[in-house]
Write a protein of this length. Structure first.
Length: 235
C-alpha cells in the first residue's frame, strides 16, 4: 500500500472497528434491558455517548421507574427525559429519541399539577409527531398518540380544549399500530387501557384476550402479560 493511501485506509479501518464495537456494546446494553436489569442497561447505554445509547438509556430508565418505589418515580422520569434530550442533541434525526422524550414526558405529567401537566402534554404531542415524521411506521408512537388522546379526553373539556385531543383519534391510532405490529401484545394491552378509560369493557376484553395469547420473551413483555391477565380477570 502506498503511503498516500495508507492513512485514509487506516482511518477507515479504525472507524469501522469503533462502529462495530459500539454496536456490540449497544446490543449488550439491550440484552441487559431485556433481562430486566434496567439500571445496568441505562448505565451501559449512556456510557456509549451516542444518540442510540442515550435513547436506550431513556427507555430503560422510564421502564425502571415503573417498577420502582413511588418516591423515586418522578426523579427517574426526569432522568429519562434528560437522556432523551441528550439523544436528540447527538442526532436530531433519531426518531426513537423523540419518542422516548415523549414517553418520559407522558409519565412525568402524572406527577405535575394540571397546568404543568397540560404543558407537558403539548410537548409530548409535538415529539410524537416528530417521531412519526422521521419514522412513519413506528407502531409504538401511534400507540402513544392513541393513549395521549384517550387520557386527555378522559380528563374532560378543559383538557381537550387546551390540547386539541379528540375522541375520534383514539381508535385510528391504535388500529394503525396493530396493523404495523399485530403480534406485539403491549399495543393491544394499551389499547385495552384506552378503551377502559372510555368505559368500553367489552372491546377492552377482546383486546386483552388477544394480547394474552401472544408470545412474551423479555422480562418486560412477561410482566406486561401478567398484568394483562390480572386486568382481564377483573373484567
Amino acid at each position: 500500500m502506498s503511503q498516500k493511501f495508507a492513512v485514509p485506509a487506516l482511518v477507515t479501518l479504525a472507524l469501522a472497528v469503533a462502529a462495530h464495537a459500539s454496536a456490540q456494546s449497544l446490543a449488550a446494553a439491550q440484552a441487559l434491558y431485556d433481562q430486566g436489569k434496567w439500571q445496568e442497561a441505562a448505565t451501559a447505554a449512556a456510557a456509549l455517548k451516542t444518540s442510540a445509547g442515550y435513547a436506550l438509556a431513556a427507555e430503560a430508565t422510564t421502564a425502571g421507574a415503573g417498577i420502582s418505589p413511588e418516591s423515586a418515580k418522578k426523579a427517574l422520569f426526569q432522568k429519562a427525559q434528560d437522556y432523551a434530550r441528550q439523544a436528540i442533541e447527538a442526532d436530531k434525526n433519531n426518531a426513537d429519541a423523540y419518542f422516548e422524550l415523549a414517553r418520559a414526558q407522558g409519565r412525568l405529567a402524572q406527577y405535575s399539577g394540571i397546568l404543568n401537566s397540560l404543558g407537558l402534554a403539548g410537548d409530548m404531542k409535538k415529539n410524537l409527531d416528530m417521531a412519526i415524521k422521521l419514522k412513519p411506521n413506528m407502531a409504538s408512537a401511534y400507540v402513544a398518540l392513541g393513549l395521549w388522546h384517550a387520557n386527555l379526553v378522559a380528563k374532560g373539556t378543559v383538557a381537550t380544549l387546551a390540547t386539541g385531543a379528540k375522541k375520534n383519534q383514539i381508535v385510528p391510532n391504535f388500529e394503525k399500530a396493530i396493523s404495523l405490529e399485530p403480534d406485539k401484545a403491549i399495543h393491544r394491552i394499551e389499547y385495552a387501557n384506552a378503551l377502559l378509560l372510555q368505559g368500553n369493557k367489552a372491546a377492552a376484553r377482546t383486546q386483552l384476550e388477544k394480547a394474552v395469547s401472544l408470545p412474551a420473551e423479555t422480562f418486560w413483555e412477561k410482566r406486561d402479560l401478567e398484568q394483562a391477565r390480572k386486568t382481564l380477570a377483573g373484567l
